[in-house]
Design a binder for this molecule. Structure first.
Ligand code: SF4
Ligand code: SF4
Length: 440
């Protein structure tokens, strides 16, 4: 099934055929305490304290919160503000490695997911610090705890990886297919659902085949190849493509009885429960024409961008831009001291010649953006409303339904900075709402 709108950018999956390699142990890691949507945890270690790999450095500060863990054994050198991929420095724990890489004694297997109670599985997933690894970084135990008035009957598993360049999910499906399938089974048990659908874009048929072959006979997983089209991996579009349910405007997948999880998250859940391994590392695609040796790497959380790039042979002399994530929705990085976080699926290095500097021009009403918008919005009109500071009219234009996928900006011949407009427009519209509420 297809969704309306969307685009077909050049996919440039340069690293699709490269197996995941582990990065060697480093001498220093920088672990920010806030790496997910929700409250950062409370720090539970002190400067000078010895820690082991997998030992919690923070404890959750509420329901929508997960701990971060030591990526290796060593000593806490400093607890202070350090560069963070979101822009502003954030409280982080600097760890000096002791070279032993010894695991924390309490990081022990939790048990067999097929027999453990759903609540115990959910607690284990939280304690392992697992968040949505597709980039959303929403704590997984929260997503697996839908409210009672939202019955769930379907788990949708996202293997679309529709962003150009990124191949980390592709490699996980190929190389950790058993863990992905077992993780889906585990999540089905937590949710109490009898049905799960796994969607993979049709530019990765080998990944779907690997999952199919790895799936235990007692797991009722349904596998589907989807059209390769951006943004196929957006939750709402994936759900529609797989089961034709439409998430209402302003709603969530749970409103149509669905929970969506990423393939890497599924594998991480089973590794936490079966092997007792909290999130201390993740697969990162290091790619782009400006990196000397593009790779798929297993990178410890807290590894600095500089260390990753050095391991990949450095960058070319004409580096123009470094992005965490893919080119459509990723975040530009300005400091090579920024660490890899749980949500860092890729590091994209573009040459200066590939980075277009442009001035947005006036809208010529060509309608390209309207055709491309997968949320069936009218980006041209929303853009004009933002330019005229008509914040109060943005609600009617449904600006909050924009998923910031960038399809409209990609096709705009006037190079209008539409996504930046809509990010600002959402903030301003919400501010108008708050002001109106306070005067009511
Ligand atoms: S960024 Fe927003 S408005 Fe533009 S195409 Fe995507 S959903 Fe539509
Ligand atoms: S694509 Fe650009 S120029 Fe064309 S209608 Fe949309 S905003 Fe205007």
């Amino acid at each position: 099934m297809k969704f309306k709108g969307g685009i077909h950018p050049s996919y440039l999956k340069l690293t699709a055929g490269l197996p995941i390699e582990a990065m060697p142990l480093l001498e220093r890691y920088l672990v920010p305490i806030g790496q997910h949507i929700g409250a950062p945890g409370d720090v539970v270690v002190e400067k000078g304290q010895a820690v082991k790999r997998g030992e919690p450095l923070t404890r959750p500060a509420g329901f929508v919160s997960v701990p971060v863990h030591a990526p290796t054994s060593g000593t806490v050198k400093k607890i202070a503000d350090f560069p963070h991929p979101l822009g502003r420095p954030q409280l982080s724990i600097e760890l000096e490695a002791d070279g032993l890489d010894a695991w924390w004694e309490s990081a022990a297997p939790v048990g067999d997911w097929r027999t453990l109670a759903p609540a115990a599985l959910r607690d284990a997933i939280r304690d392992a610090g697992i968040v949505g690894l597709g980039g959303a970084t929403f704590p997984t135990h929260v997503k697996l705890s839908p409210p009672e008035d939202k019955p769930i009957d379907l788990l949708v598993v996202n293997g679309a990886e529709c962003e150009p360049y990124l191949t980390s999910d592709h490699r996980i499906m190929l190389e950790q297919a058993v863990d992905v399938c077992e993780g889906v089974g585990l999540m089905m048990r937590v949710l109490g659902v009898g049905r799960a659908m796994v969607g993979v874009e049709d530019n990765k048929p080998d990944a779907l085949e690997a999952l199919r072959r790895a799936c235990p006979p007692d797991l009722p997983l349904e596998f589907r190849l989807l059209e390769t089209k951006y943004p196929q991996g957006s939750e709402k579009h994936l759900i529609y493509a797989l089961c034709k349910r439409e998430v209402p405007a302003g709603g969530l997948p749970m409103d149509v009885g669905v929970v969506v999880q990423n393939v890497g998250t599924a594998a991480a859940c089973v590794q936490a429960v079966r092997d007792g391994r909290p999130m201390t590392e993740r697969v990162v695609t290091v790619t782009g024409s400006a990196v000397m040796e593009p790779r798929n790497l297993m990178v410890r959380i807290g590894t600095t961008l500089q260390d990753v790039l050095d391991h990949c042979g450095g960058v070319t002399g004409d580096l123009g831009k470094v992005i965490y994530g893919g080119p459509m929705m990723g975040m530009v990085q300005f400091d090579l001291e920024c660490p890899v976080l749980k949500g860092t699926s890729g590091i994209l290095c573009l040459k200066e010649s590939e980075v277009t500097q442009f001035e947005g021009r006036a809208c010529i009403r060509c309608g390209n953006c309207v055709d491309a918008c997968p949320m069936l919005l009218v980006p041209s009109r929303m853009g004009v409303l933002v330019e005229r500071s008509r914040w109060e009219d943005l609600g009617e234009a449904c600006v909050t339904d924009c998923i910031e996928c960038g399809s409209c900006a990609y096709v705009c011949p006037s190079r209008r900075p539409l996504v930046q407009y809509f990010k600002r427009g959402k903030l301003e519209w919400r501010a108008v709402q708050r002001r109106q509420d306070s005067h009511a």
